[in-house]
Design a protein around this ligand. Sequence first.
Ligand SMILES: NC(=O)c1ccc[n+]([C@@H]2O[C@H](COP(=O)([O-])OP(=O)(O)OC[C@H]3O[C@@H](n4cnc5c(N)ncnc54)[C@H](O)[C@@H]3O)[C@@H](O)[C@H]2O)c1
Length: 352
Amino acid sequence: MSVAIVTGSAGLIGARCSRQFARSGRLVVGIDNDMRGEFFGSESSIAGERIRLESDLVDRYEHHDVDIRDDDEMDAIFARHGSEIDVIVHAAAQPGHAKWTMRNPIEDFDINARATLTLLERARRFCPDAAFVFLSTSKVYGDRPNELPLFETETRLELPTEHEYFDGITESMSIDQSLHTSMGMSKVSADVMVQEYARAHRMNCVVVRNCVIAGSAQAASKSHGMLGYITKCVAEGIPYVAYGNGGKQVRDVLHVDDLARAIEFIAESPVPAAVYNLGGGRASSCSLLEAIGTAEEIVGKTMDLSFGEGGRTGDHRWYIGSNAAFVHDYPSWQPRFGIAEMVNEIHEARFG
Ligand SMILES: NC(=O)c1ccc[n+]([C@@H]2O[C@H](COP(=O)([O-])OP(=O)(O)OC[C@H]3O[C@@H](n4cnc5c(N)ncnc54)[C@H](O)[C@@H]3O)[C@@H](O)[C@H]2O)c1
């Protein structure tokens, strides 16, 4: 039986991919030690999702409560499955700008960057033909998107229609000479390593750069999971402070189902060394104010909203990624979910 290795297998993206690959007939070997609970607090623990995966996927899912930095344990997992491994989805990471990262930049680098290198090495030794899909981030562009000539509308920051990036920032934007923060820095390192292994060792490595990913399975927190956390604040009456830009900062949002379909396309037919921005695109983008408005409408309550001075260091004022490169390689893929549908799903699943 073919084997899919999924790191971060009980996180938002890893769990969805685990289900997808189990459905396609693979044994999914999931690796997740619930660091999420440590990064974002116990309310963000993946313990529940791990139990659901094990009970839903039964003999198609094998969970390893292992730290991806544990070389002996990781070697043993790869040695056991060897060349049966035909896909690796690397989704384990410290994914947020949490205070944790500021206090632990070396551990952040160890998880996000060094462990990616050791994973690539393991793939090279044990299963060099496997598709290796790395979940990178729009944060690799540092604060470069903040140099775009933005103007304000009533609800969002916006680019002039004639600008080359109006329909989304392409992979041609420089990742160099801008401010990244610790997490951006470690993700850039990993992103480049993955590209390098495709080029230097002719492996089937692919980089996917996402902005915001949403899904009702996510245990969203203040620092990770924008739509989920906004919906939670509106539904539960939790006060929300919007920092910087008057709440007009813009993000594209992709539903995790759409991302999992995209990852399956890559796994079936990888383009070595490809780098894709992948998100909801302009059609599924929103400012903080717009997302709050949508959540208020769907939940039927008004948010306890206030505004704070200054944004997070290096935070994007406007980020919509272009899906053009991905759609060029996989023309039958398109995002299926809009912002309102995602908020509605989160509300019904978690707070309805
Ligand atoms: N969710 C988003 O909005 C988003 C946006 C852009 C990029 N990404 C990228 O996608 C990837 C997955 O994101 P996600 O939203 O699923 O995050 P997540 O926090 O839900 O999942 C990551 C999982 O990795 C696990 N993990 C972390 N460190 C680990 C370690 N040392 N050993 C074993 N497991 C460990 C965590 O416990 C968690 O369950 C990350 O690389 C992230 O940078 C996510």
